[in-house]
Design a protein around this ligand. Structure first.
Ligand code: DON
Length: 301
């Protein structure tokens, strides 16, 4: 497996030239655009790595499935999905409305920013600090003995520049999709996006969402299935359909260049490549995953 991963990383690293590091959070521009790394964490605890596996990066949107897991554990599916939808677009089959238009008084799903901010607002805790420590400790419990830190520079950078998310949070507050203060909820959302990991952590987190023997399940199996389903249908944003067809596994990307993948019953995948394509997904990371999943016949459908 090791040699094969080395070959794949060498083959797909040149693809990083076709992408760009995200700049709308200025601190992310410090990433090396040529980085490409992968880790595989299987259910027997074997780890295989290749490439830029020493690089550290923030979870960004990859944090969303874990905020969702905690919200589901705090409120159950009915509590969560009374506030947030379950559909990739939320529009009817013949709708003419723009995808961005809210068609109901709740965000369409927990993985777009609006739904993720509303999901974060559901995390229980007596104060902001307690809510954040519940989330980061929960993530640590899913990836024991892996690196899980916090990047205060990325947090400050997004907090200073995140006006679009600010607009979303105030809108959500206006339609009563979130309780509590918009700023407090945003602050927790920016913090969760700034949790720092490496490829091995990401792969361990992917494995935690796999189908596992009951004694290894931190996330209840039904909730893990709900989350894998969202990852499969919405995890790669407006490239989710193409990714599902070409790669075929539940995955979640982040603007840092992270992609977390799940091969149910088998393993978790952590890929890092900060040069992004036009839709915000790691350009070399997607190509690498496509080749690997096709070679290993990992597509779930
Ligand atoms: O809210 C944002 O814009 C970022 N903190 C996270 C976005 C993100 O990772 C989207 N991913 N593809």
């Amino acid at each position: 497996m090791g040699y094969m991963l080395d070959d794949l990383v060498a083959k797909f690293r040149p693809y990083t030239d076709h992408g760009r590091v995200a700049g709308y959070i200025p601190e992310l521009l410090k990433a090396n655009p040529q980085d490409l790394g992968i880790a595989i964490y299987d259910r027997h605890g074997h780890i295989h790595t290749s490439g830029a596996v020493q690089s550290k990066f923030t979870l960004q949107s990859v944090s969303k499935p874990f905020a969702l897991a905690l919200a589901l554990m705090d409120h159950g599916p009915e509590g969560v999905f009374s506030r947030i939808g379950m559909e990739p677009t939320g529009d009817s089959f013949n709708s003419l409305m723009k995808l961005e238009t809210f068609s109901s008084l709740k965000p369409v799903n927990p993985l777009v920013n609006a739904g993720a901010i509303a999901t974060t607002a559901l995390i229980k805790g007596s104060c902001a600090e307690e809510k954040f420590s519940r989330l980061i400790n929960f993530i640590r419990s899913l990836a024991p003995s892996c690196y899980v830190g916090f990047n205060a520079d990325v947090y400050r950078s997004e907090s200073l520049t995140g006006d679009r998310n600010r607009a979303i949070a105030y809108f959500l507050r206006d339609i009563r999709a979130i309780d509590g203060e918009a700023e407090e909820c945003l602050d927790l959302y920016f913090r969760q996006c700034s949790i720092e990991v490496d490829c091995v952590t990401l792969a361990a987190l992917g494995l935690s969402l796999s189908v596992l023997p009951p004694e290894f399940c931190v996330i209840p199996p039904l909730y893990a299935r709900i989350i894998r389903t969202f990852m499969f249908t919405c995890g790669m944003y407006d490239a989710s359909g193409e990714f599902a067809i070409k790669v075929g596994i539940p995955a979640k990307s982040g603007v840092s260049g992270a992609i977390m993948g799940v091969v149910p019953n088998k393993l978790g995948l952590g890929v890092y490549g900060p040069a992004l394509d036009i839709k915000g997904n790691s350009v070399a990371g997607v190509a690498l995953l496509q080749a690997l999943c096709s070679r290993e016949d990992w597509a779930i459908l």
